[in-house]
Write a protein that binds this ligand. Sequence first.
Ligand SMILES: *Cc1c(COP(=O)(O)O)cnc(C)c1O
Length: 401
Amino acid sequence: MSKLPDSSSLREDTRIILSGRDPHRYGGMVNPPVYHVSTVLAETFEQLKSRDHIEESGVQEMAYGRKGTPTSWALENAVAELEGGHRCLAFSSGLGAVTGALLAFLKAGDHLLMTDSVYAPTRKFCNSLLKRFGVDTTYYDPLMGADISSLLRPNTGVVFTESPGSHTFEVQDIPAIAEAAHAHGAKVLMDNTWASPLFFKPFEHGVDVSIQAGTKYIVGHADAMLGTVTATKEAWPALRDCTGHLGQCAGPDDLYLAQRGFRTLAVRLRQHQASALVIAEWLQSRPEVRQVLFPALTGAPGHEIWKRDFLGASGLFAFELEPCTKEAVVTLLDGMRLFGMGYSWGGYESLLIPANVQNVRSAVPWRFEGPLLRIHIGLEDVDDLKDDLEDGLERLRNFRA
Ligand SMILES: *Cc1c(COP(=O)(O)O)cnc(C)c1O
């Protein structure tokens, strides 16, 4: 078993440096070695047999590449510690983590309650594969709190949450939802990617299983795909067994990049947050902007619950423009110098894309009249970002005129 330093009495910025690392086990190397391995040889028959049930034993010892290596444990133990759960497993992508977690807690004949604001590929998985395997999904209004009781059925196995929603930023009342779900015997799963393991502590708010698209802030540099699922002690065996059956495992180089990105997560997030607040406040004051959807902004939708439950905000939010033509939005987007146009987020660079996802929503009417843009505030100088946006808004205004 890897000897983890006891960092429970230390502050979070220190714990993120220590968690999951054990340098003296590897000749003093600060970072864990990258293990490229499938076959692990045993010295004796007895040792070979002793590894047959290694996952169930909970011991972190190499038995076969897919079952875990010091490279995967370095990341998994760090995420489990900072997110505040029992154990964590790494997946080959964020979507792999979402689907793996859903499969672990659902069976044919079950009912699934899914937030209407969920990441679109998660919705596709429910409507296709889960449906084919006999799981019935109901989409619910993300702003429902305790009222979700009215949608829970005796066969509801999972209530899935994502807060804030990664396009429209509804902040969910997770404690109220968890209380209602648990009263009906359902598990609460959460896609906690927006807040990262640092800014929302899911297990303190009743979540049973927390998912991270590690591709975003944990990796942090737009160069690797990765997902994590962290569970409570009670939920852990089901997650561990299902993941084993699925044969999910992440590649060693991506695991390495993720654990390396994790060390600087706290400082990066502080800057993403600070710059995002500056840009959000500035956008709020612009006549071309109807509404800013950033829960950390005073007066923004969801701010009260965000303030109650979250420890900070990351750099991803959306804003609604005053109604205008699609062509006007295209001139804004096409001329951006610093903001790239591309999917994903959480890297060091700024991004700006349309977020008009009304066609995939089914539970609540679309609340926006103008075009919605989703913005990721990277680590560039905030005044340069503001200049780029100011020019973009000017192109928009001129196009209208
Ligand atoms: C990106 C994303 C995912 C999926 O992660 P991938 O690594 O791209 O598969 C899941 N949930 C949310 C909220 C995301 O933004």
